[in-house]
Design a protein around this ligand. Structure first.
Ligand code: NAP
Ligand code: MG
Length: 403
């Protein structure tokens, strides 16, 4: 008899590269497939397949998330010159995450997973800090130019009917230099703001937003104004009722305040700030391997993933047949996050409970002193043991079956 938990709607499963691809398979074999009649629509975003399909597979995966509502993604290689040689690529394909984010126009929320025994480097931090990263535009959709000689760079805006509306000199170069043009849209900033306000209400946490509006009096100022107007007209009452706050401050001030805070807030950041600050926050909370990430679109589509990359250094060891001790927690939480959301959307309580039990078993494993090397170095537990990649998953399984 098949006692496995059933799924009604498929989950969009997006496979990836290197060590995380190895973990992906192990995790499914050890912790998911034995308990769940896993129903997924599978997209292989491993670099060879992206190259073979001219990256169409990435676009298809993003559209599948739009169709089904929930996806789970493995870390993927963003190719650089070295990767072109290593994989004999046709071209330097774009970051799959950037492509998916652009299609979903979503906001990325990243939160650390706190466990007993691992103290944040910042001693005042007691609660997780969630970074909400605007996932559209700015330097990630910029146009750049390297002028090899003297000349003039201008910013020109032409209206739809072809008439020139504005022309400003960016710089008169007396020799070689560089220029960049970037943009954002009111529509995207509004969906970013909406996603942040909704997420704050959902999590019952204060929302902070910061930018550099003192220097960027039009660009960043627009972000600030859109947030303010939306808060006043649509969210102030809801926030007051929920007992939470919306707080805007200059990015410099936000950085200083965050360091002195005890955590527990959602910090909304512009695209680049969010990219950088999320790595800082993750490291300060202990390990990049303990950071979860979810992309939420304004239509309410969700893509869950680990915040870290493909852990290349460990993969090369693995290929040489050496033992690895790679932490699978963030990848596991990507799966449980997606399964929980699927369960919630489909009214499938069994599925949601399974995901919660799996998370609990994973945390219990670390808190009982069994962990991968990255955490072993940090843990202050008196009795602790470092295990390899596979053993760690098997230890979680023991605790899951005992539940
Ligand atoms: P990374 O894969 O995050 O790894 C950087 C280092 O952090 C590792 O070498 C390891 O340190 C530690 N680490 C990260 N995750 C770990 C885990 N789960 N368990 C234990 N240690 C972990 O970053 P990277 O080496 O800069 O990038 C590798 C590839 O990933 C690149 O091709 C990049 O394009 C891609 N990438 C993808 C994503 C994504 O898909 N979301 C995000 C970032 C990067 P030690 O070596 O000291 O053990
Ligand atoms: Mg980053």
């Amino acid at each position: 008899m098949n006692n496995k938990i059933k799924m009604n709607v498929p989950l969009v499963e997006i496979d990836g590269d290197e060590m995380t691809r190895i973990i992906w398979q192990m995790l499914k074999d050890i912790l998911i497939s034995p308990y769940l009649d896993l129903k997924t629509e599978y997209y292989d975003l491993g670099l060879p397949e992206r190259d073979r399909t001219n990256d169409q597979i990435t676009v298809d995966a993003a559209n599948a998330i739009k169709k089904y509502g929930v996806g789970v993604k493995c870390a993927t290689i963003t190719p650089d010159a070295g990767r072109i040689k290593e994989y004999n690529l046709k071209k330097m394909w774009k970051s799959p995450n950037a492509t998916i984010r652009a299609i979903l126009d979503g906001t990325v929320f990243r939160a650390p997973i706190l466990v007993e025994g691992i103290r944040p480097y910042v001693s005042t931090w007691k609660k997780p800090i969630t970074i909400a990263r605007h996932a559209y535009g700015d330097i990630y959709k910029s146009v750049e130019y390297s002028n090899g000689k003297a000349g003039k760079a201008e910013l020109v805006f032409t209206s739809e009917d072809g008439s020139e509306i504005s022309r400003q000199t960016i710089h008169e170069f007396d020799g070689p230099g560089i220029v960049m043009g970037m943009h954002n849209t009111d529509k995207s900033i509004k969906s970013f703001a909406r996603a942040c306000f909704n997420y704050a209400l959902d999590q019952k946490q204060d929302l902070w937003f910061s930018s550099k509006q003192t220097i960027s009096k039009i660009y960043d100022h627009r972000f600030m104004d859109i947030f303010k107007e939306m808060y006043e007209t649509e969210y102030r009452e809801k926030f007051e009722k929920a007992g939470i706050e919306y707080f805007y401050t200059l990015i410099d001030d936000a950085v200083a305040r965050i360091i002195r805070s005890e955590g527990g807030m959602i910090w909304a950041c512009k695209n680049y700030d969010g990219d950088v600050m999320s790595d800082m926050v993750a490291t300060a909370f202990g390990s990049l391997a303990m950071m979860t990430s979810v992309l939420v679109s304004p239509e309410g589509h969700y893509e869950y993933e680990a915040a870290h990359g493909t852990v290349t250094r460990h993969y090369y060891k693995h290929l040489k047949g050496e033992e690895t001790s790679t932490n699978s927690i963030a990848t596991l939480f990507a799966w449980t996050g997606a399964l929980k959301k699927r369960g919630e959307l489909d009214g499938n309580n069994e599925l949601a409970s399974f995901a919660k039990n799996l998370e609990a078993a994973a945390l219990k494993t670390i808190e009982s002193g069994i962990m991968t090397k990255d955490l072993y170095i940090l843990s202050e537990l008196p009795d602790k043991k470092a295990v390899n990649t596979r053993e760690f998953l098997e230890e979680i399984k023991l605790r899951l079956e005992w539940n």
